[in-house]
Design a protein around this ligand. Structure first.
Ligand SMILES: Nc1ncnc2c1ncn2[C@@H]1O[C@H](COP(=O)(O)OP(=O)(O)OP(=O)(O)O)[C@@H](O)[C@H]1O
Ligand SMILES: [Mg+2]
Length: 591
């Protein structure tokens, strides 16, 4: 069969020619309608396949011209169309074309359509009655008896529906594309979130390991400091007794004074170590953090340089916190002085205080926090900041980057120990050259804030004498002897015991005892607080004073109520002991 291809694009024309020739068709190419008219007489094809849009003469015009042509008016004419417009079909029918094949095409579809078109053309040529149409579809010949116009309406409506479906499909594809993009974005976001989560987890695990390291250091330090503390107390007490026997302004007194100064420095060092080891005795109470911090800042200002500005921001309705106010003051002072040093005496320190609920992640890495609610105090400076390697060490005792003699490296160790012992939490953020922020999380108190109790002022030694009966319980023999001698000097009647059992026997013996002065931790089963409870049962009017430099929090251990127990921190000065004893003995009995 001879085919004339009319196509202005040489590549498309060649492509079509090759397909047809491979399938045994004979092919000639014309580049537009006019060219086709020039070639058609000589070539005499049985079939024309024509593009629609072409220069000079388009596909419709060519078809119309051929339908006027005596020789070629019944030729099979196929249009190639993209079928993007409903008008394509109407213009095609109007021009007298027989068939439309859509572009772009698959080779198999093209050949299938071509053979259908050839078959149906043969049928059409044999038709006698214009209203009696035979129709070939899927290999069957159908007979349709209808007016042409009705067939056209029908086909046009189907075409419209097909175009509509096509638009819907197109829109669905766009929608799918959008969903796909959204999904990809979600996956990206989730991946980023997972990465952050895993980094945070690593950070918390690192913090946990550091906390464990500090915990073991604390145990070691605490043990040494405890023993050291008792030795210092004995030496200090003996020097105090010796001092009372020496002439004022004598050279010996001067030697004693120097020894006392050195021992006091040692004592303050041990106190710091005990505080890092979380072994200092705390006296927590409900504190209004806004009020307390404001007064600390007032004290702080003169201690810092004039070129340091302090600003504050307090959230409204802050919860009260459960904390030892004195130790809290020390902690804030330490942090502020570090900030001053990091800023080389000029810059800004900002305090920000807000209510906070502890992050679940911090808890989940094994932080034994009992509380959910905290007050968060953030202290930010504009100092030189710290690299990660330094940040990992700042809470270790004796770690300092300051020049010899400028820092002990115990400041933050104390802060750390105190915060932990107070069931709080501390974190630090720092950036080199930009500054540092310490965040303190302090536990919320459920107890209403009480008015300040009266502070006992020290009086002269002579005015501290008494004649009551005091039972001293202390396992350290030298210390027991020291306190015994001293209280005797003051006129008291003194009984002694070196264990809880011994003390209990004395209490049960029916002797008069006005006050029990006992160490908290002692060998044997009976601790100071347990002894106090027993003594109260047997002698409701007995007064109690407990002493320790080591107990975690004696008030928690004791079954006595807060108001009934009194405490003196080791190492104590003998006149502080005397002051405390007189104050307690003067109070009305609680029994
Ligand atoms: N705000 C801060 N900015 C930069 N570095 C800091 C800051 N606070 C602490 N550091 C670093 O942590 C180290 C340890 O601090 P810490 O308070 O325990 O000891 P110190 O200040 O060196 O000595 P001391 O407190 O006895 O005077 C400091 O030497 C310093 O390197
Ligand atoms: Mg410091």
């Amino acid at each position: 069969m001879k085919i004339l291809i009319v196509e202005d694009s040489p590549t498309q024309a060649e492509q079509l020619k090759n397909i047809l020739e491979e399938n045994s068709y004979q092919v000639l190419i014309a580049t537009n309608g006019q060219d086709a008219l020039n070639k058609i007489n000589d070539y005499a094809p049985q079939l024309v396949i024509s593009d629609i849009l072409m220069p000079e003469m388009n596909g419709y015009e060519l078809c119309k011209a051929l339908r006027q042509h005596e020789r070629f008016k019944h030729i099979l004419f196929i249009l190639l169309s993209t079928l993007s417009d409903l008008e394509d079909i109407v213009s095609g029918l109007e021009s007298g074309a027989n068939y439309i094949i859509t572009k772009p095409y698959h080779v198999d579809d093209l050949l299938g359509h071509l053979s259908s078109a050839i078959k149906i053309h043969k049928i059409r040529e044999s038709e006698l009655d214009e209203n009696n149409v035979q129709f070939l579809l899927n290999g069957h010949v159908y007979m349709i008896n209808a007016k042409k116009s009705r067939i056209m309406d029908f086909l046009a409506s189907i075409y419209a529906a097909a175009v509509q479906k096509n638009i819907e499909l197109y829109n669905t594809r766009l929608e799918l594309q959008k969903l796909n993009n959204m999904l990809e974005k979600k996956v990206e976001e989730r991946t980023a979130a997972l990465r952050i989560e895993s980094e945070e987890r690593k950070r918390y695990e690192q913090q946990f390991l550091e906390a464990q390291k500090l915990e073991s250091m604390g145990k070691l330090t605490g043990g040494i400091a405890h023993d050291f503390n008792n030795l210092l107390l004995i030496a200090l007490g003996n020097l105090e007794l010796l001092n009372n026997t020496l002439q004022e302004n004598s050279a010996e007194r001067n030697h004693v004074k120097q020894a006392v100064t050195a021992l006091e420095r040692g004592s303050s060092l041990t106190k710091h170590l005990l505080s890092f080891a979380r072994k200092q005795t705390l006296f927590p109470k409900s504190v209004d953090v806004c009020e307390h911090l404001t007064s600390i800042i007032t004290l702080l200002k003169p201690a810092l340089s004039e070129r340091i500005d302090i600003s504050t921001s307090f959230e409204e309705n802050l919860w009260p916190i459960w904390i030892d106010p004195m130790q809290f003051e020390n902690a804030i002072m330490n942090i502020a002085i570090n900030a001053r040093d990091a800023m080389h005496n000029a810059g800004k320190i900002h305090f920000e205080v807000s209510n906070a609920t502890m992050d679940e992640n911090i808890k989940s890495v094994g932080n034994p926090l009992e509380h959910d609610d905290y007050v968060k105090i953030s202290i930010t400076d504009q100092g030189e900041g710290m690299p990660k390697e330094i940040m990992a060490k700042i809470f270790e005792p004796f770690f300092t980057t300051k020049r010899m003699g400028m820092g002990t490296g115990l400041g933050l160790s104390m802060v750390y120990g105190f915060i932990k012992q107070s069931n709080g939490h501390i974190t630090v953020d720092s950036e080199i050259g930009r500054g540092t922020t310490f965040n303190l999380y302090l536990p919320r108190s459920n107890i209403a804030i009480r008015q300040e109790e009266e502070i006992i002022t020290p009086k002269k030694l002579a005015s501290l004498c008494g004649d009551e009966v005091i039972l001293i319980v202390e396992d350290e023999a030298l210390l027991l002897k020291l306190v015994f001698t001293y209280l005797k000097q003051l006129g008291y009647d003194v009984l002694t015991a070196s264990t809880g059992m011994e003390a209990l026997a004395l209490i049960k013996s029916g002797k008069r005892i006005d006050l029990l002065f006992s160490d908290v931790i002692m060998p044997g089963n009976i601790t100071g607080p347990a002894l106090a409870v027993e003594a109260k049962k047997l002698m409701p009017h007995i007064k109690i004073l407990l002493t320790s430099g080591y107990s975690k929090d004696i008030l928690n251990q004791s079954e006595l109520t807060l108001g009934e127990i009194q405490h003196l921190t080791k190492p104590y000065k003998l006149d502080a002991l005397a002051t405390k004893l007189r104050a307690i003995l003067r109070e009305k009995s609680y029994g």
